[in-house]
Design a protein around this ligand. Sequence first.
Ligand SMILES: N[C@@H](CCC(=O)N[C@@H](CS)C(=O)NCC(=O)O)C(=O)O
Length: 223
Amino acid sequence: MLKLYGFDVSNYYNMLKLAMAIKGIEYEAVVTYPNQTPEYLAICPTGKVPALETEDGVLIETNVIMEYLDELSPEKPLIPGTAYERARVRELMKMIELYIELPARRCHTEAFWGVPVHEQTKTEVKRALLNGMQALSRAASFSPYLAGDKLTGADIFFLYSASLASVVAKKLFDIDLLAEAPGSKELFAKLNAMPEVQAIAKDTKAAQPEFEAYLAKAFAKAK
Ligand SMILES: N[C@@H](CCC(=O)N[C@@H](CS)C(=O)NCC(=O)O)C(=O)O
């Protein structure tokens, strides 16, 4: 059986949880926090999560795993359609990761854990997030999903990346990031109404205290 390494608060991990829930793929969850121990590095070369253990070996990188799941189990494709349509979904997934998720991540410590970020970093991130969301607004259709009338992997990336980026934008810059992409609030409401998304949100909430204990240890070690 597939083994998914990660933890329930991780937004990348939750992208795969949702992908597997939608596709009806069974797996064993192996609760793992990112770490650089030789044991985990032997499984996952970066020490990050998620990682997926398959019968052929381990895969990392969420978008790559999502594509693998679609090939493994073509029912309910998350990257559907013609070559062009599939490329468009990948394009949106990549835009979300590069221009929304990764800039926002540079400010996670301050937005979520009260560990201040340098002012210069904040200036850069504010601009990057506005540009990223405006670019996505131009590239995506939001009708109602990012790539049209079908839910795709791009919507899964959007749900779990833009939600955290919006918190960063609100807390640090007092910006309503979703307002930069008309249709995104309606899309969020639609996605958040899905029973699979609600089940994952429940797991995330339940896993929060353990994650906070892990973080407290990690920050104490870094001092
Ligand atoms: N590009 C990776 C990013 C995964 C990632 O950054 N995961 C976070 C948890 S949500 C992590 O492991 N962070 C620890 C670290 O960056 O060392 C992917 O697509 O899976």
